[in-house]
Design a protein. Structure first.
Length: 196
């Protein structure tokens, strides 16, 4: 659903963007895009004792503004939800992002490096013996990544492929809660549209 929304916005943006001077990563260009994923796991391997399937959904839109050619600043928002039966985990994140892309006006691919910082919030709900439990954790996330904007056929609508390293630190809402940290290697694929 989100990917279709991005495509619709990009389709509306492209004719206007193509009528104006500049190129995808030129000064004054704006990039709007994001990634989305959905999975549902079932069968004997993934269902719980009550025969509930596991579902997972994530969404990460972003907006960037190129302050000079090749260098953009902006922000990214993330939303994720995992659920299975009486268990669910919902997460939100928001924070700034900086990106440096390589390429010129005639380029059809724009490799890039990016870095971002985010504020995270996780809420977990579970029911055990007919008693509902809720726990909350908050923290920060640092992400460094490399990727490429693939712009087949024209310069304002493309595919974004990215691999990154994420360092998260979370702490519970109790007064004496200790901070817990972890890391992830992630690969994302999404759509990107440029307006200048």
């Amino acid at each position: 659903m989100f990917v279709l929304g991005i495509m619709a916005v990009a389709v509306m943006v492209v004719p206007v963007a193509n009528a104006q001077p500049g190129f995808a990563i030129d000064k004054g260009s704006m990039a709007i895009g994001g990634t989305a994923s959905f999975s549902m796991s079932g069968g004997d391997l993934y269902k719980d004792a009550d025969d509930n399937s596991e579902t997972s959904f994530s969404l990460a839109p972003m907006a960037l503004y190129f302050v000079i050619p090749n260098l953009a600043v902006g922000g990214e928002v993330s939303f994720g939800r995992d659920s299975q039966g009486d268990y669910s985990n919902t997460s939100y994140g928001i924070g700034p992002k900086v990106l440096y892309a390589f390429g010129k006006q005639e380029s059809m691919t724009y490799p890039y490096l990016s870095a971002g910082f985010g504020y995270l919030s996780h809420t977990t709900n579970n029911t055990y013996n007919d008693v509902e439990y809720e726990s909350k954790t908050t923290g920060t996330s640092i992400k460094v990544a490399g990727g490429v904007f693939l712009m087949p056929g024209q310069q304002h609508l493309g595919i974004n492929i990215e691999a990154g390293y994420v360092m998260d630190s979370l702490k519970g809402d109790e007064d004496n809660a200790e901070s817990v940290s972890g890391n992830q290697i992630v690969v994302n694929v999404g759509l990107i549209g440029f307006l200048n």
